[in-house]
Ligand binder design. Sequence first.
Ligand code: PGA
Length: 248
Amino acid sequence: MCSRKFFVGGNWKMNGDKESLGELIMTLNTASLNDETEVVCGAPSIYLDYVRSKLDQRIGVAAQNCYKVPKGAFTGEISPAMIKDCGIEWVILGHSERRHVFGESDELIGQKVAHCLESDLGVIACIGEKLEEREAGTTEDVVFEQTKVIADNVRDWSHVVLAYEPVWAIGTGKTATPDQAQEVHEKLRGWLRENLSDAVADSVRIIYGGSVTGGNCKELAAQPDVDGFLVGGASLKPEFVDIINARS
Ligand code: PGA
């Protein structure tokens, strides 16, 4: 099929404590994980160092957000330099909760993408339409516009994973059907081909997020343009292992 390595990210959001995350880490460290899958766990910032020190090195760690400059008077923020200093290679940017709960604009997300990539931090860049946008038939316009702002800030796509996460599917138990996910992923790849290059379109992993579970992951993973997942709720449970192994 294609040479894109399957990518499964866990997004633990603001959940867990040292004890429960320690148990989850033990489960992941001792599980049999498909070598053909790249796995990255998004930990709360205060636990990044703890998680990196406990989690097996075959599993990557991601911050869930960061700021757009290396340092300075930005109370409460963390920088890519700090994330890198903790031995962490990835950051999730533009998650729908950052956009819609904390009001992050496309412009700010673009600036963060640029600075993280300049700092040599891999970026899991999230996009996705709200329910009313899907119902109004504007899904394509919304995700293309969000992708354009990200693309305008990327020079080298080898450290970028694009996560399509329809807002109506996040944390709702209402997963996009495999056909719905494939349709948007295919269009996104077409956008990358038309606006960037064949090489970018063929190599960038486009992963799906929104109520992915052990039960629905295999059918989604079988879609040709679904190159992995970003998993919230189920990434805190042992079934995350089944999702990692969805293509096994
Ligand atoms: P969910 O979250 O799997 O709980 O729907 C996905 C996400 O927010 O990345």
